[in-house]
Design a protein around this ligand. Sequence first.
Ligand code: B12
Ligand code: SF4
Ligand code: SF4
Length: 226
Amino acid sequence: MNSKTIKNIAYELGADLCGIASVERFQDAPSGFSPLDIYSKCESVIVFAKRVPAGSLSAESCVPYTHASNMVTLEVDRIGVEFCLILEDSGVETVPIPSDDPSEYWEAETQYARGVLSLRHAGYLAGLGVMGKNTLLVNEKYGNMIQMGAILVDIKLESDPIADFSVCRENCSLCMDKCPQKALDGETVNQKNCRTLSNFVTERGFVLKRCHLCRSVCPNVLGKGK
Ligand code: B12
Ligand code: SF4
Ligand code: SF4
């Protein structure tokens, strides 16, 4: 099993992107949130992504975008689990990372959650793209409209080169200026402020993504593949 075979499996399963990072690249991850904290036998992290349909960003209602995001999240999770089964049949031990929920870490007062592994950082380290001031990972071809997943494996694989293109134009601050919750400072997100709109809970308990402005106003929303 080598990097090329692994990527072919990812594409056959329906991923649009796949990159690999050796576990050594994660040495600066916060304690408790590195691949080795999750799985001590981890040697490599395989990160893959699917495009999110972009037309939903133009809808006047937030329901289509919420639906598109939710369905792609499910699809990425399906790919991850299938990926694990295929690799397991070849004798590779695999650990799937959820594309979104569930996660354990939660600071109630600030409503700050942390995924078991930050997929934006993992995507960066696996060469899938570079993070912008809106904190989102931008892929050169598909822009920020990508949903990521990852699996941890116990075999050494060749790592991809880290992307080094520049994302944000020097004076651009569109995402920060347009954020209705003033949740962005160019480095991180105030989760509590963002959640009010990003995870808006209706009276009937549906969770709607009522805002995606930091994603949609960005000149990198669709990348060069548009
Ligand atoms: C919690 C969460 C949120 C939170 C926080 C978002 C955030 N930027 O972290 C809220 C509710 C605000 C949110 C909103 C959205 N989210 Co969200 N979210 C997540 C989730 C589940 C966990 C992210 C997390 O753990 N954040 C906390 C930490 C990691 O961030 P931090 O505090 O800034 O980290 C600091 C340090 O801890 C350290 N660090 C942390 N980990 C590591 C690791 C290494 C190796 C290093 C070196 C450093 C390091 O670096 C940071 C700077 O100091 C991820 C899925 C995942 N597992 O990654 C999706 C994810 C980030 N979300 C995503 C999306 C699409 C969105 C929305 C666009 C949805 C929408 N409304 O349209 C918005 C965008 C808002 C924004 N600008 O971020 C996508 C991003 C895709 C992309 N292209 O980058 C993800 C990756 C889901 C996915 N599977 O693709 N989300
Ligand atoms: S999703 Fe909306 S509220 Fe959240 S950071 Fe982006 S622009 Fe701000
Ligand atoms: S809107 Fe501008 S500042 Fe924000 S991430 Fe996109 S390019 Fe960077």
